[in-house]
Design a protein around this ligand. Structure first.
Ligand SMILES: [Zn+2]
Length: 322
């Protein structure tokens, strides 16, 4: 869990919090919500905030949102501690990357029982894109007719990976995408005294996932980025041992390296657009495509050193125009 308190301010989530409040006030809140933010973007925190809003008996006014959970009452504290008996959470079981059908069935029978406090039950499914096909199918009936007054919250940063049948049964809560400047400012606020930390580098490597960034070693992340970029410059100059480097990167921090490479090439293309540095654009686009594929394949059993080699060779055969 994120460890953030319920009264934390995550500005990019505010529109979604506001939409939830407005829908509740107008009595047009569905019984299944698709929270379109990954756990690292605050999606899980938002789901807990909503759950606490449902259970909290002493809600308070929140600027720019409407009302929110107090964060201090017994119900709010139980939500944060994962001890609220009417709040159920489905995650991939350890060692499995999937949420499975028996988990969904268990959830459905739990929801059918009367709530401990006699009110609503809330179920959080996170990250929802990990529901496997059978589990997603089994969930359809519950999404359509949740027992009692259950509220289902599906948290995902990749809603398009959910079956359309699941998506169409949910009301979407869509936070706005935060800017990098906003995230850096937010991270500095969360970690006072971290002005020396290169948060921008950390975000480059892990993507716009501020809550994940809070948990990583930002200094190690900056080093990895610098090391990768130095090697890419060497590749372009023709001085890199491509095979050795690709082999090393394929085996160590592959996904992070791939993210750094993609960002670096995109930056070179921006320079080209501004006429600053003349690396040939068509070849850069090609290398960027290779890098994107390499990053997307991170969780598949592809030959990773080979994927790295493909990018590095493309860069090694680039030449500055003058
Ligand atoms: Zn409360």
């Amino acid at each position: 869990m994120s460890g953030l308190p319920l009264d934390a301010d995550l500005p990019w989530l505010r529109p979604a919090q506001q939409a939830f409040e407005a829908a509740g006030a107008a009595d047009r809140l569905g019984h299944a919500l698709l929270v379109e933010a990954s756990p690292g973007q605050g999606g899980e925190w938002l789901a807990l905030w909503i759950a606490a809003r449902v259970f909290c008996r002493t809600p308070r006014a929140v600027t720019g949102v409407g009302m929110g959970p107090c964060g201090a009452c017994l119900d709010c504290r139980r939500v944060l501690a994962g001890e609220q008996p009417d709040l159920l959470t489905l995650r991939p079981i350890e060692d499995s990357k999937e949420i499975r059908i028996d988990q969904v069935r268990d959830l459905a029978s739990e929801l059918a029982l009367t709530a401990h406090a006699g009110g609503r039950k809330v179920a959080v499914i996170t990250p929802a894109e990990r529901l496997n096909r059978n589990a997603a199918n089994a969930l359809l009936k519950t999404l359509e007719e949740p027992p009692g007054k259950a509220l289902l919250l599906l948290v995902t940063g990749e809603p398009w990976r959910l079956p359309v049948t699941v998506q169409s049964r949910c009301t979407r809560l869509r936070p706005r995408p935060p800017s990098e400047d906003e995230l850096v400012a937010w991270l500095q606020l969360q970690r006072p005294g971290s002005s020396a930390v290169d948060w921008r580098a950390a975000l480059t490597v892990i993507g716009p996932q501020p809550l994940t960034a809070l948990g990583v070693d930002a200094a190690a992340m900056s080093l990895l980025r610098r090391d990768t970029e130095r090697a890419l410059e060497e590749a372009v100059q023709g001085g890199l041992d491509v095979v050795e480097t690709a082999d090393r990167w394929g085996k160590d921090e592959y996904a992070l390296r791939a993210a750094c490479i993609e960002r670096w090439i995109a930056d070179r293309l921006r320079e080209w657009g501004r006429g600053k540095r003349a690396l040939p654009a068509p070849a850069l686009f090609e290398a960027l495509e290779h890098a994107r594929e390499a990053r997307l394949w991170a969780e598949t059993p592809i030959n990773k050193p080979l994927a790295m080699e493909r990018i590095l060779w493309r860069l090694a055969t680039l030449r500055p125009r003058s």
